[in-house]
Design a protein around this ligand. Sequence first.
Ligand code: GDP
Ligand code: MG
Length: 582
Amino acid sequence: MATMESLIGLVNRIQRACTVLGDHGGDSALPTLWEALPSVAVVGGQSSGKSSVLESIVGRDFLPRGSGIVTRRPLVLQLHKTEQGLEEYAEFLHLPKKKFTDFAMVRKEIQEETDRMTGRSKQISPIPIHLSIYSPNGKVDVLPFYQAPVVNLTLIDLPGLTKVAVEGQPESIVQDIEIMVRSYVEKPNCVILAITPANQDIATSDAIKLAREVDPTGDRTFGVLTKLDLMDKGTNALDVLEGRAYRLQHPWVGIVNRSQSDINKNVDMIAARRREREFFANSPDYGHLASKMGSEYLAKLLSKHLEAVIKARLPGILSLINKSIDEIETELDYLGRPVAIDAGAQLYTILELCRAFERIFKEHLDGGRPGGDRIYGVFDHQLPSALRKLPFDRHLSLQNIRKVVSEADGYQPHLVAPEQGYRRLIDSALNYFRGPAEASVDAVHFILKELVRRSIAETQELKRFPTLQGELAAAANEALERFREDGKKTTMRLVDMESSYLTVDFFRKLPQEVEKGGNQAAASSGDRYSEGHFRRIGLNVSSYVGMVSETLKNTIPKLQYAKRLELYKSARDEIDSVSWSR
Ligand code: GDP
Ligand code: MG
């Protein structure tokens, strides 16, 4: 028995771990331990006495009871036997570290926590409240369950099944409750306490109806008949209790809980127990069954059943634990191992993560992943077509050339090429390049920014580190922003360089119209304002501008590729500095 007890203790600790880790069965892809371990749920119509029965088995007053829909969320109760201390206390999962020693406060908290989720209306919620009760081994007045071999186990209080929605409830409530209750009792690990009040015909019992549906063989259903004290005089429930009215695998148990007036008068559990015992002992109808009736007997019966269930399931539970460990290991490999605690190993992990990001970013730029080709698009298509669209026709129209040259040279007649005129025409023509050059830097910037965003999202390993993800995005964007500014400055410098390149040499190389004019002052002064003269100036400026345009078409991409390489390096530095500072 000692080994059995320690095994049961193990099972209970697993169950507790399941609760803390959020394994309540259901939608997890992994096999759940919760579903392999037995739990006990009460099922029945509204006000049939479910909460009262549960309290009575546990031997403590802590559940809200009464008429109407009192239990509106599932309550998952776990009983634990502790080795230390003498004081019994309760703890809620939603209020960790708060010890309740006053059970009236536990009831109050259940009510308030129910209201928090459902509002004060008569709504229900399927989200369970988790409560644990810790009872010291040495305490004299131990819970009935602790007297039996099977100790800590899980008990679930559920809202009662109803037939109609009452004032303030949505029409769907009848079905909602049934679905919720069903989700607990259909699990094969669930022992069903099917509660039916004795003052109701067994044929109309919702509890029995549902239990039969989910447990047709009746292996895990216990029929409980409450309110035996409320039966009409002259009638009794022997037909049911002796299994003649409705046969179940396990024997029926009759119960007498506290009445509403007992609750109002604060009759305590011990007095209630005594009264229940007396009721059966002194009853002419049930006297012969007295030793097999009542809450204490029900607690013992359940304990024995659970012990048998655990014994039978133990090999299965053990293999499930091993299987779970294997599957969890696989899952962990996929999700990533736990992060080491010491700073050195953490740093290593962070650098690994950054490298994973960098690898993906590089694939986007250099191929393997899409997006990088859009940068080529900017240079191959966007920039050249923007350069082509610049309004040089208008700028180099005869009319404009005449205006600019005449204004520049003023009354100083020039002998050779009108230098000031050339300078002004070329300067203002080159100014037009600024727009497209800047726009191409911006276009590349936005593509890179998008690629950083995508790369971060695509780095699987980063998924479970949202903070690092944020830092990395911020660092990369900061670097990109800086390079946008740098890129613009350098590109503008390229443009400026071309306009300051107008050296003496340049003018010397221009076709010398004066010579063509025969070097005569009169001829030259007449020629100076001729259409041919301005057209020649226009052609010269235009060919110069064309040359610059070709140069920029090639140098701007070169510049930005160089910048991109720098981005790599700087992003790396940035990442390094981020990881060191964390
Ligand atoms: P639940 O809605 O099924 O959880 O039922 P409760 O446990 O809240 O009980 C509903 C009402 O029935 C309360 O007023 C209880 O006092 C009363 N009640 C429950 N069981 C018995 C019983 O065996 N005898 C008497 N007289 N009243 C009972
Ligand atoms: Mg209830």
